[in-house]
Design a binder for this molecule. Sequence first.
Ligand SMILES: *[C@@H]1O[C@H](CO)[C@@H](O)[C@H](O)[C@H]1NC(C)=O
Ligand SMILES: *[C@@H]1O[C@H](CO)[C@@H](O)[C@H](O)[C@H]1NC(C)=O
Ligand SMILES: *[C@@H]1O[C@H](CO)[C@@H](O)[C@H](O)[C@H]1NC(C)=O
Length: 508
Amino acid sequence: MTVALCWCLLLFCLDVSRPELPVAQAGSVPSAGKTLVWGPGLEANIVLPARFFYIQTVDGSGRNLTTSPGEKTFEVKIVSPVEQFTRIWIQVLDRQDGSFLVRYRMYASYSELHIHIMLKNKHVAKSPYVLEGPVYHEGCNCPQPSGATWEEHMKCPQSFPQIDKDLSVFPSVDPDRNAQEIPQRFGQRQSLCHYTIKDNKIYVKTFGEHVGFRIFMDAILLSLTRKVWLPDMEFFVNLGDWPLEKRKPTEKIHPIFSWCGSNNTRDIVMPTYDLTESVLETMGRVSLDMMSVQANTGPPWPLKNATAFWRGRDSRQERLELVKLSRAHPEMIDAAFTNFFFFKHDESLYGPLVKHVSFFDFFKYKYQINIDGTVAAYRLPYLLAGDSVVLKQDSGYYEHFYDELRPWEHYIPIRADLGDLLEKIQWARDHDDQVRKITQTAQQFARNHLMGDSIFCYHYKLFQKYAKLQVTEPRVRKGMELVDQPTDDLFPCSCHRTRTHTQKKDEL
Ligand SMILES: *[C@@H]1O[C@H](CO)[C@@H](O)[C@H](O)[C@H]1NC(C)=O
Ligand SMILES: *[C@@H]1O[C@H](CO)[C@@H](O)[C@H](O)[C@H]1NC(C)=O
Ligand SMILES: *[C@@H]1O[C@H](CO)[C@@H](O)[C@H](O)[C@H]1NC(C)=O
């Protein structure tokens, strides 16, 4: 009731037409028994830097609530039956749509954990959830010896279409040959890392000047090898923005792992360093991640501003066009630069630089324009997870998940030259219900494909399939250094897993 009341007052002040209020709200009382709880964070064997699960509030008559019943509706406690204190940081994030995202970060491993989810004094759904241990924390170096078992625990998909597509142009991979040829071809002008995984240990050699981004690749490999035993393999990671392998599949091509793919190159794509880092550093990093973004999605849909929104820097010609278009049609588009770096800043054409806007504030607007920067715009995962619709520029660049996105289902497509942008914004304004549906499908996609569990699955599956293509033995090459697991973990864990002789043989 109070929610509805506030909305009306707000609407009155803003002097916009009164939207329909969502159904099943007035007087909807959350039911502890009917409310739904699910997600990877309820399972002991899904080790993630930040574990998470969802709560969908349901009322006594079985209807989902579609607006927040109040941030403090549910209380979540995680306890260990054998220890007095648990070092676990919990956050209950209100998604404002009747659902909650609960995340927790463990700083130690436990023999058993009980997750209590309470509504007033009642247990919700099947609470308490018992995680039969050992329940390992992120820092625990305890790889599951069997990759197949790990994938099963993680509920990884059987395949990722993008991985199959990327690897299909490599009937085999020859580590000996690549170790010779790839540095010769790219090592002088590009920044590359040559990795070898041997006995689940990581070795690396870098080529080129700008190798700072290596830390992102080291981090995911360290995290992954703590969780699961990786096959022996050798591969090259491109640390630059642009994909590198421009040869045709009929020519001699080399496998290069990159964060961005393109229609004209043959690089093997991985989840971007940005998305991967956001998974590894969730609840550690102050800025954006795929979970915090879901709890900061701006005002309810009817109160969002129907001007299309964009902020960014001048890293591509079309971005200049976009800002010009915005200045010509301010009632349709609010696009401005926060930074000028690549082009000459002509204020008469592009207006003054504007202050940086917090990403969460993007969601005050219904329509988000996603336009390439240097390569694909790495903000797309966050935009999809938020509560606005994405107008996505057609582009030759892609990230690891674009292949599974469908126009009109997950986003509204716009032409590469932005020629139809105004038209598409008008279409969106005229089809609010349809647009709302696209927004929700996109959010669902983000939940199912872009959260931590999916990012780990993707990396693992890629490495596993790639490793199988190798026709010579991966080796620790001359000049490689060991990338060691961090030793500063305050809470060491005792790992109960050991690798059997058969498992060693299975890997071959
Ligand atoms: C209620 O929400 C759950 C979880 O998102 C969903 O699976 C279910 O289909 C929803 N029920 C209805 C009636 O919409
Ligand atoms: C919507 O956003 C535009 C551009 O940022 C702004 O000029 C306009 O005043 C906003 N409208 C409302 C109703 O707040
Ligand atoms: C790139 O390829 C995709 C998929 O084949 C296609 O839909 C898209 O139009 C292409 N874009 C450009 C700009 O080449």
